[in-house]
Design a protein around this ligand. Structure first.
Ligand code: HEM
Length: 329
């Protein structure tokens, strides 16, 4: 699987370089000046209804952008002719809050029909989730198009497993031109939200096939996780990804330093690699530096583009129906 990356991603990066230069802040200042305000308002309402929706929406940016660029391919429902990305291994029974994006889209459509892409809505909503959770604010670049298709296969090939170790993640992120600092900062998104027992039972009971738990786990924390996720228990039970799962802060990094990381792919950044450990230690002591590195990472993630033709979908879940005389550009 590793060998595929250089080919797939060098192609992707060439496309990225071409298309991301067309993205710009204020892209909708003429066609939908109130777009950003509307997104913020709907996100605020959604988070009052359910605080976790901030985390769930923010995660969508990662899962969309890593698979053939930020083109809202993730949002497409399956059709009889296309297996979408929602059924992919990392997404099924796990990604949530698609209905929040639908609600944002509806509100934006009623203000400015046909103007704002679902891909841009995802980027704005992810930023707002961070801000409303107490994290940094930043200006987003806009002007993306929505894809005409999605790829279950690409999502399965690309999206990393919670079992991933640091060197695998470094290589994966590097193939998108994302540095070690970007990897660690973006993993800091696990400062908010929850994960399922399904994602951690292997490290509780059979890390790397040893029949034993991961050694890099604080014993008191492990006992707590053992009670939450007993062997043979319900894999859909959830636990917090850090000690303050509603607050976007640097607690996640403090937890990693104390061997209280929830996912193996989190703890490995402290316990499994010297280079990532230094960055984790730094962010655990300096929230400001985490915030600015996180913003830089999110902007780079948002720049990933496939360069393929696209459209502005009316409904984020399906491509537009062809109308006579209508051509996609
Ligand atoms: C570095 C590689 C990454 C891996 C292996 C990974 C894996 C995971 C896993 C396994 C979960 C829990 C899913 C479940 O148990 O159902 C999760 C949750 C989450 N991930 Fe990641 N992730 C990574 C990077 C990222 C990035 C870059 C972002 C955003 C920029 C992100 C945002 C989130 C958020 C916010 C949640 C909580 C979602 C919720 O509460 O609904 N992750 N991730």
């Amino acid at each position: 699987m590793h060998q595929l990356y250089p080919f797939v991603f060098s192609f992707l990066l060439v496309q990225t370089a071409i298309a991301s230069s067309q993205l710009q802040p204020g892209f909708y200042s003429q066609t939908c000046p109130e777009a950003e305000l509307i997104v913020r308002q709907v996100m605020r309402r959604a988070m009052i209804r359910e605080p976790r929706s901030a985390a769930s929406v923010m995660r969508l940016q990662f899962h969309d952008c890593f698979v053939n660029g930020c083109d809202a391919s993730l949002l497409l429902d399956d059709t009889p002719y296309m297996d979408g990305e929602k059924q992919a291994l990392s997404n099924i029974n796990s990604l949530r809050s698609f209905e929040v994006i639908d609600e944002v889209k509806e509100a934006v459509e009623s203000a400015c029909p046909g103007a704002v892409s679902c891909a841009d809505i995802l980027i704005m909503a992810a930023r707002d989730a961070v801000v409303l959770g107490g994290g940094p604010n930043w200006e987003v670049k806009l002007g993306r198009k929505d894809s005409l298709t999605a790829s279950l296969e690409d999502s399965n090939r690309i999206m990393p497993s919670p079992r991933a170790n640091a060197s695998y993640l470094i290589e994966l992120f590097n193939s998108y031109n994302l540095s070690i600092t970007d990897l660690v900062a973006l993993s800091g998104s696990h400062s908010i939200g929850k994960g399922r027992c399904f994602s951690i039972v292997f490290r509780l009971y059979n890390q790397s096939g040893t029949g034993h738990p991961d050694l890099n786990m604080d014993p008191v924390y492990r006992e707590m996780l053992d009670r939450l996720c007993p062997l043979g228990g319900d894999g859909n039970v959830t636990g917090a990804l850090d000690a303050t799962p509603r607050l976007f802060d640097n607690q996640y990094f403090k937890d990693l330093v104390n061997e209280r990381g929830f996912l193996n792919s989190d703890q490995t950044l402290y316990s499994g690699n010297d280079q990532t450990r230094k960055v984790v230690q730094h962010f655990s002591r300096n929230q400001e530096d985490f915030f600015s590195a996180f913003v830089e990472g999110m902007v780079k993630l948002g720049d990933l583009q496939s360069g393929q033709a696209g459209e502005i979908r009316k409904n984020c879940r399906e491509v537009n129906k062809p109308t006579p005389g209508h051509f996609v550009i």
